[in-house]
Ligand binder design. Structure first.
Ligand code: TRP
Length: 335
């Protein structure tokens, strides 16, 4: 599975809810391309998901399966991508403990991604140690398969930076080049705002369109989307900048020339919000409809989906075992 001259890619998601269009634009679309050119691992990060859901383990369990169905439904192919589950790869926990010695508590508290999340979740001083160290756990996710490319959303870049600090410290302290530095791959498509047009799309903010949404849900969400608040009458000139409906058309409409024409018309005046929204409903339904159908089939094939995850985990662990051998050797832990 691991080809000598193909770059190794690792990425993953916390299984805390179904995946949405923000995930698609931010990372899933890239994975579809990378599975043809790289050796790609996609990890279901159930252990990381528990860092902020430790009191709802049943929720994480349910979404492991849902997220796998999302992956397969969008076209990630188990022949090309190796899927694995974090909790069944205990070497990651072992490697995390080793890395924790290379990171200061102050450095953990300074990580901008973590700071923002602590503020959003209202943890304050009560943040758990498990949550605070999840970037170190993520460094272990990435390095255990010796990945060098990590497709992530922009908000994850500080975690990549911290991973590289750990890699540099490890190689320097144990005096062997065990790990190569990694590179975060940011999506080419601009980040998708939520339907209210302000924040990034996120399940917890209630502004997401899911890959599993029904045609009716898509319609309702698009009809309530943020446009240009000063575009009151159809004949008024409208603004494109910050107009969420056009942002989504830019991301998903297969006919950019038509979108350009609609934009010009909207800016000039004479094009109503409802007309543009109707186009977006059709565009999103054409995109999500086939995904939804495949997803529904997969949801009825639990055993098949589970088998993909377990077989992928077994394959991953043979690679991780080699990494652990190298790590233990340089650390004089090779008894
Ligand atoms: N932190 C990522 C997120 O919240 C999920 C994740 C866990 C991940 N481990 C990873 C992403 C390793 C990339 C590489 O979306």
């Amino acid at each position: 599975m691991v080809h000598k001259n193909k770059p190794i890619v690792l990425t993953g998601d916390r299984p805390s809810g179904p995946l949405h269009l923000g995930h698609y634009v931010g990372s899933l679309a890239q994975r579809l391309v990378l599975q043809d050119t790289c050796t790609q691992f996609v990890m279901v990060a159930d252990v990381q998901a528990l860092t902020d859901n430790f009191d709802h383990p049943e929720k994480i369990r349910k979404h492991v399966f849902e997220v796998m169905c999302d992956y397969l439904a969008i076209g990630l192919d188990p022949q090309k991508t190796t899927f694995f589950i974090q909790s069944l790869t205990p070497e990651i926990a072992e490697l995390t403990l080793i890395y924790l010695n290379l990171v200061t508590v102050e450095r953990l508290k300074r990580n901008p991604t973590i700071k923002t999340e602590i503020a959003h979740k209202g943890y304050g001083k009560n943040v758990s140690a498990g949550f605070l160290i999840y970037p170190v756990n993520q460094a272990a996710d990435i390095t255990c398969v010796r990945a060098t490319l990590v497709p992530v959303g922009e908000d994850q870049l500080p975690i990549i930076e911290q991973t590289n600090e750990i890699i540099r410290s490890f190689n320097r302290i144990y005096q062997r080049h065990i790990f190569s530095e990694v590179q975060g791959l940011i999506s080419q498509i601009p980040r998708l705002p939520g339907t209210e047009g302000k924040n990034k799309m996120s399940k917890s903010l209630g502004n997401a369109i899911f890959l599993s949404d029904t045609a009716d849900e898509i319609k309702k969400k698009v009809m309530s989307m943020y446009t240009d608040p000063s575009h009151l009458r159809v004949d008024d000139p409208g603004k494109i900048e910050g107009n969420t409906v056009f942002t989504y058309l830019d991301a998903f409409d297969p006919d950019p020339a038509e979108v350009a024409r609609l934009k010009a018309h909207y800016q000039k005046g004479g094009l109503g919000d409802v007309t543009v929204k109707k186009r977006l409903i059709d565009v999103l339904e054409a995109f999500i409809g086939p995904i939804r159908t495949r997803r529904q089939q997969l949801m009825c094939e639990q055993e098949y989906v589970k088998k993909i995850l377990l077989e992928g985990t077994a394959r991953t662990r043979t690679i991780v075992a080699q990494t652990m051998c190298d790590v233990k050797e340089v650390m004089h832990l090779d008894y």
